[in-house]
Every structure is written in C-alpha cells, then in structure tokens.
Design a protein around this ligand. Structure first.
Ligand code: ASP
Length: 584
C-alpha cells in the first residue's frame, strides 16, 4: 500500500499513529540537525520532520538529497508540532519519519509550484502537468468536475438521457470553418469534426428519445479571438414536444441548480428581455445587468440646436456614469482616446458633468443650456455627482461603441462583482443577419432554427425583420447558452435553405439526411447548448476559460506542450492521398 492517508488529512486526533504518506516534495528546510519537508499531494500538505536526535544518520543523509518535486514515500509517527501553523489544516501535527523511500527524482522545475508562481503563461503551458500541481489550476479543474457532475445529476434527474454522437461527421454549420480529417479508406474524401452535434440531436428527437443531453467536445476553426478555444465543451441538450417556454423553464432549472449547488446562491425567476430591447438599452445582445447605466436616447432633446454633429446623426445616445463627475479632465480625455481607437471607432464623445449643486457643465456649453442638459439628465437617469457620456452617429455602430464605454466604466468603477450573479434570457433574436462580406443573409443562430410563425410572411419582403424562436442565456455579460425551437418539417427547412442561398441540390447534398428524416414523423422539438468552459469560469468568478481547461491551446491554436499541430511525414500524406508538401 503506497499510503494510509492523504496529505490533507491528519489532525491532532491522529497523534501516535503510524502512517504511510506519499507525494511530492514542495520544499525542504535544512537546519543541519533537523530537516523539515513539506509533502504535497492533491489533498494538501503535511510537514515531515527528520530529527538528528531521533532519525538514523543514513536517513538524515538521504533526506538532505531531496530536491523540489521529488516523489517520495514515508512511514512515520504522527506527533504534535512545536510551532503550529494555524493557516494549514494539518498545521498542528507533523510526521516523525522512520522510513524514507525515494519513488522518483525530479529535475528542478522551470517555475515554482506555489500559488504565486514565477512562471509566465507560455512556460506554464509548456509544462502544464507541473502547472496542474498548483492549487489554482488544480482547484479550477476540481471545480469544473463539480459543475459537470451537478449538470449530469440534475439533467438525469429530469429524465434526460446522455447519448454520444459521432465526431467523424459531415459539416454542421454553426458559423465557423470545419476542421477536417482525411479518410484513408475513402481516398480523397474527408470527415468534418462537429462544430456541434446539432443535426444528430435533432435526429435523436426524430428517433423518439424525447430528452437528450451530452457533455461534448465541439470543434470550430475560427480566427482565434482572445479566450476562444478551437475545441471546447458544450452541455448540449434537446427536447421533443416543447415550445420555447418549456425550454426556458427547463434550463433555467439547470442553471438555478448549478448556482445553488456550486455557488450557494439562490436566484428566483430569471428576467427576460427581447433582443431589440437589449440592443436599445445596452447596445449589446449579452448585457451585463449587474449594474445600470441604461442607454438614454437623446435625439428629441439634442437635435434642436446648432450642433451639426448631433443634428446629422441617426442616433444621439448617452449613459449616466454613477459618481463619474470625479473623473478629471485628463481622465476624460483618456476615455475619449480609448473610444477613438480603431477597435471601438467612435469619432468623439460629448460629456456633461452633473455638479453637486444641481448645475451642469458640459463640453458643448456653447450649444446647450441648463434646461437642455436637465432633459439629458432626466433621460439618462443622471443624478448630482454623475457624468453623462454622449455618443452620436449611425445607430448600430454608436450603440456598440456606447456598450464598450459602459463596460469600461463598470470595470473602472468596480461594478462587476464576480461573486454576484445576474442571469438574463435574451429572446426573439432575428432569424437572419446581413453579412457585408458575402452580401448575403446568414442564419443568426443556425439554419435549423424556426422563424416565429407570425413573422414568416416577411421572409420574402423584409427578411432582416423576421424574428426567430431563438434565445440566449446570459450570465454577467457573457453568453453562456443559446438555442432555438427547430424547424421540423421539410418544406420550411427547404425554404430556409433557399433563403440562405443553398441551391436545392446543395441543400440535398449537405442535409438530405435531415430533410429525409423530417419526412418520417419528426416531432416538434427544440434545445439549447451551454458552453461548459465559459459557464465554469463565470461560476468560478473568473473570465478566462483557459484556466478551467486541463490542456488548453494558446492564442494561435497551438498546444505548446505536445507541439501540435505539426507536420506529418510524406508516407502518411501519401497514404491519405494528400498532395505532398505544397510550397507555402
Ligand atoms: N447547436 C447550437 C450551438 O452550438 C445550440 C443549439 O441550438 O442547441 O450554438
């Protein structure tokens, strides 16, 4: 037996017991006549003592050879510590070692394996197995496991069954490029890795499984934005004989269960907001509603004077930053520069200081008087001490810019408390989205999403206005889940493909299997998928999903530990009927 106890376990009650422990040497303190070793495993740290008076000389010598991260096994007696450490659960005891076995040596690790490490990101990724020994990473993985377990517990309790769907498939469009896998046995042909199990879960509904879920890897070949991973995990779900309301209730239940079991937070009914309202009030389809700063539209009270910039704008819109009047002129200039960066693209910002005595001082005093500014304050909800920030321009763009400002202000003012949870359903998403690049409408969610029946008539006349039975679950300003009620009849699905620019032949080639299935009694159905990585990160009070993935890829999609992707040899290329080493 390698060990009788784990390293986080022994207490004063165990005094006098003979125990066997195993683990890694976290650190050693060698005072010559006495040596202390901190022995670590997943469960904690136990202090070992080698005492010149009581420990045989050879063992003292052996103990002196121990280096950081050596793997050892010790047998010894639990004794009371002379100087106790109240910060450690095992801080009252130590082990007087009687036998020491070195199970494995270790090179000096390239960074310190402590809570505060000296290792940079790339180095820690390269030696991720060492990084995982650190509490922060280890605890995140334990936390993730808890979220996954609670998900399984809740969903199976609700009658969902977990079904695995294949990874070697044909394209499932979720708006990204496919990762493809060449088939050796079918020369010149390729599988695609699933961007999601979307079509399979729909087929499971046709198959009568009624309630499905799966914790599943999905693969999307996208230009990596910060904190995206080419492979990520979804909690993927589908239900038959449901309307939108049923799905929202079922998965509000799951989210509430997770918040309660994992975070100890009880939240009653989740608020709901339409996509249009979210865009109008927050300039964002995933608003963080832990704080206010709702948009106030100012056209009616800002376009009656000689200020050309506002008069020619489609939208003049502002927010009131609580307590923002403390910002200095220099800080405000900094904000304006921040907004003018190409990533945000604002052309400038008008601001109004709301003084404590109820007067106003604005950057456009030349054009607007106190009575005007008072109206701006009313519409944006500004009070004495606040700062009103106003942007103007093309409506969609300016809303996006103001949303960036709103988030920036919330970050600066510390309004985004990670321990507070504010879920929100955003519903009634548009069915289609115009893509400037391809000059075509694309499915905003995916091509299997059902339009709202009452909007179907507009598909030909005003496609951009058609709403979908699609919804997102937003938590603290992050989209943690999204789904829709699906089309379940062949005609509507064919119509949809047609609107998305598929010829009937192309639609048949790519999705014939689904359209066929719809001819054999497909029930009404719908579902949702949660991003497990992000959900876990947010429940864990953090925003970086990488910290919750055991072996993540870096920002260029590389695994720097195993060095992937990498070239394959000519033999393998030939076998796969791939052209050999085209010049790059
Ligand atoms: N397949 C969708 C996605 O990955 C989720 C869904 O519609 O259920 O976003």
């Amino acid at each position: 037996m390698y060990r009788t106890h784990k390293n986080g376990e022994l207490r004063l009650e165990n005094l006098g017991q003979e125990v066997t422990l195993a683990g890694w040497v976290q650190k050693t303190r060698d005072k010559g006549f006495m040596i202390w070793v901190d022995l670590r495993d997943r469960y904690g740290i136990t202090q070992l003592i080698f005492d010149g008076d009581r420990t045989p000389k050879e063992m003292m010598e052996k103990a002196k050879m121990l280096g950081r991260e050596f793997v050892i096994q010790v047998k010894g007696e639990v004794i009371e510590r002379v100087s106790k450490n109240a910060n450690m659960p095992t801080g009252d005891i130590e082990i007087l070692v009687k036998e020491l076995t070195i199970l494995n040596k270790s090179l000096v690790p390239p960074f310190t394996i402590e809570d505060e490490t000296d290792g940079g990101d790339e180095l820690r990724m390269k030696y991720r197995y060492l990084d995982i020994r650190r509490n922060s990473v280890k605890n995140n993985l334990i936390f993730r496991s808890k979220v996954a377990m609670e998900t399984r517990k809740y969903l199976s309790g609700e009658g969902f069954i977990e079904v695995e769907t294949p990874y070697l498939i044909k394209s499932t469009p979720e708006g990204a490029r496919d990762f493809v896998v060449p088939s050796r046995m079918n020369a010149g042909q390729f599988y695609a890795l699933p961007q999601s199990p979307q079509t399979f879960k729909q087929l499971l509904m046709v198959g009568g499984l009624d309630k499905y879920f799966q914790i599943v890897k999905c693969f999307r070949d996208e230009d990596l934005r910060a904190d995206r991973q080419p492979e990520f995990t979804q909690i993927d779900c589908e239900m038959a004989f449901v309307e939108q309301e049923d799905i929202l209730n079922a998965f509000e239940g799951l989210t509430r269960h997770l918040l309660k079991e994992v975070n100890g937070v009880e939240i009653s009914k989740f608020p709901r907001m339409t996509y249009d309202d979210a865009m109008r009030k927050y300039g964002n389809d995933k608003p963080d509603i832990r704080f206010g700063m709702e948009f106030g539209e100012l056209n009616a009270v800002a376009q009656h004077k000689d200020f050309g910039i506002f008069n020619t704008a489609e939208l003049v819109v502002g927010i009131s930053v609580p307590g923002g009047n403390v910002f200095t002129r220099k800080e405000i200039d900094g904000l304006i520069e921040f907004l003018k960066r190409p990533q945000v693209g604002a052309s400038g910002m008008v601001y109004v200081r709301c003084n404590d005595d109820g007067t106003f001082k604005s950057s456009v005093d030349k054009f607007y008087d106190e009575a005007d500014l008072k109206k701006w304050a009313e519409i944006t909800g500004a009070k004495a001490g606040d700062l009103i920030c106003v942007l103007s321009g093309v409506a969609d763009k300016v809303r996006g810019q103001l949303s960036v400002l709103r988030m920036e202000m919330a970050n600066r003012l510390g309004l985004r408390n990670p321990k507070e949870f504010a879920p929100l359903w955003v519903v009634d998403f548009p069915l289609l989205e115009w893509d400037e690049e391809t000059k075509r409408f694309h499915a905003m969610h995916h091509p299997f999403t059902s339009p709202k029946p009452e909007d179907m008539g507009m598909l030909d006349t005003n496609p951009g206005k058609v709403r979908a039975n699609a919804y997102d679950l937003v938590l603290n300003g992050n989209e943690i889940g999204g789904g829709s009620i699906r089309i379940h009849d062949k005609q509507t699905q064919a119509l949809m493909f047609n609107h998305l620019g598929f010829t009937p032949e192309k639609a048949k080639e790519q999705f014939g299997f689904l359209m066929n299935a719809f001819e054999y009694g497909a029930p009404p159905h719908g579902g949702i998928a949660f991003g497990l990585d992000r959900l876990t990160a947010i429940l864990g009070g953090q925003e970086t999903i990488r910290d919750f993935i055991a072996f993540p890829k870096n920002n260029s999609g590389r695994d720097v530990m195993i060095d992937a992707p990498s070239q394959i040899d000519d033999e393998q290329l030939k076998e796969l009927c791939l052209k050999i080493n085209l010049p790059l």
